[in-house]
Design a protein around this ligand. Structure first.
Ligand SMILES: [Ca+2]
Ligand SMILES: [Ca+2]
Length: 463
């Protein structure tokens, strides 16, 4: 299935801002889908890169909860991007509310609504921003740059109820009621699909930096496909989640663990080495340990299972998960999963994110607060080229910009990284055309012999 999101520097004309003047209507308050609590299965959200192909595969997504009490939704992240997925009953839209700074839905101008609708069999993303900073109360404003950067895939469901249910097998505790709800929505015998599915990427480029440790308020709701957006002043209780690289579930009091890596980035063809350190001062009786890489990384890595090693006199034990990530593995954040059984039948789950990465990881620091101006101008940034190799890396950078833009510095620039896992920095200077606005894609390519790494970053310019 093709990706339907678009990333261009040119913005389509926008609908009027969604404001519904139904101040204080009791009926509105009683029926508002955004008013009830939204509970999450797990507040620690892992770095995990999905494949946006419209098919929810097993362990590709991390279940978050139930939208509207019935629609299973999933939520995860990687540096710079948020990912959301869901199974939605026909005739409904999936509406996500992100309080990106976690300070309250009506507080600040960081509140982002992402609405996913099914239009002609294809999911479509529309976004609005709720600005709570106004003197006269909260207002809906445009989030067109986020909308321009959104990618979404999906469509009516064609799997069996069991297949869909298995896809969401991830959290130790699935959302209560999820299997029954999915069963109702995806009846394999039904001639017409009763539900549709979507997988979406959201880049809050000019709103917040998505990185480890960030706390975000989130909720997901269902509203009828033709329903108007709600009044700006209505509060939305969100659940606070935290973007993490690690988490555990079922950990008994007293037991502690910590994963460590020399580097968290591993190239296909090389080994991932994760050292898991355990502290067990209260002698919780641990029986066996299994380790594997979940989901999309599973076919390319090793699974191991062993008796839990003995603890030393300091009540410490260490286990190393060492596996080749075979050639052909897709790039992205993957999750190493551990399962520890205890003598009394308890299950402890361990999760640690690592990245299957190219020879060099590219990132670009760019201004994120530009407004449109009538004149042409110079935009400066800096490219970081981080080696994921122990050996010296030499290469050349190429910059690809939209027509009418020019890269005057940084293009065709050579670099050398001498130290293991070192970083080279290359200055970037672009000439923007007059009145440039929107989300400007800038593609940085590093060529190192026959190896190529490529990264597209987005420069936001408010129109
Ligand atoms: Ca997928
Ligand atoms: Ca807020």
């Amino acid at each position: 299935m093709a990706l339907t999101g678009q990333v261009t520097g040119v913005q389509p004309p926008r609908d009027p801002l969604p404001i519904v003047p139904e101040a204080g209507s009791p009926a509105l308050v009683l029926t508002d889908p955004f008013l009830g609590p939204f509970s999450v299965t797990e507040p620690s959200r892992l770095a995990l890169t999905p494949l946006l192909d419209g098919r929810i595969q097993r362990q590709e997504w991390d279940a978050l909860g139930l939208a509207g009490g019935q629609s299973p939704v999933a939520f995860q992240w990687q540096p710079g991007a948020l990912f959301a997925a869901g199974v939605v009953p026909m005739g409904q839209d999936s509406v996500w509310s992100f309080d990106l700074n976690g300070d309250g839905w009506l507080v600040g101008d960081d509140n982002l609504q992402v609405r996913v609708s099914l239009v002609n069999g294809q999911p479509r993303v529309t976004t609005s921003r709720l600005d709570g900073t106004g003197r006269d109360g909260p207002l809906w404003t445009s989030a067109e740059l986020v909308e321009a950067g959104a990618l979404v895939a999906g469509g009516p469901i064609s799997g069996t109820a069991e297949a869909i249910q298995r896809s969401f097998e991830w959290s130790a505790t699935p959302p209560v009621g999820a299997p029954a709800a999915i069963g109702l929505m995806a009846d394999a015998a039904s001639p017409t699909p009763a539900a549709w599915v979507f997988e979406a990427r959201i880049l809050p480029v000019n709103l917040v930096a998505v990185r480890e440790g960030k706390s975000i308020g989130v909720r997901a709701d269902l509203i009828p496909a033709n329903a108007e957006p709600k009044a700006a002043f209505i509060p939305r209780p969100t659940s606070l989640v935290s973007l993490r690289l690690e988490r555990n579930q079922g950990m008994p009091a007293g037991l502690d663990w910590e994963p460590s890596y020399e580097v968290r980035q591993v190239m296909p063809g090389r080994r991932v080495d994760t050292r898991l350190s355990f502290k067990n001062p209260t002698d919780v009786p641990l029986q066996r340990l299994a380790l594997w890489t979940d989901g999309l990384g599973n076919p390319f890595t090793k699974s191991v299972e062993m008796p839990f090693p003995a603890f030393d006199r300091k009540k410490r034990a260490t286990v190393t998960y060492s596996s080749e990530v075979s050639l052909g593995a897709s790039l992205g954040w993957r999750v190493l999963r551990g399962l520890v059984t205890t003598d009394d039948g308890g299950l402890i789950q361990l999760f640690s994110s690592y990245e299957v990465a190219p020879l060099v990881s590219l990132s670009v620091a760019l201004p994120n607060d530009l407004n449109v101006i009538p004149e042409s101008r110079i935009v400066r940034g800096q490219i970081s080229v981080k080696s994921n190799s122990r050996y010296r890396v030499d290469g050349q950078i190429t910059i690809t910009v939209p027509p009418s833009w020019t890269a005057v510095k940084g293009n065709a620039k050579g670099f050398s990284i001498y130290s293991r896992y070192g970083t080279a920095r290359v200055g970037l200077e672009l000439i923007a055309p007059q009145r440039a606005s929107g989300l400007i894609p800038i593609t940085v390519t590093a060529k190192m012999g026959s190896e190529i790494s490529e990264q597209t970053v987005y420069l936001p310019i408010k129109g």
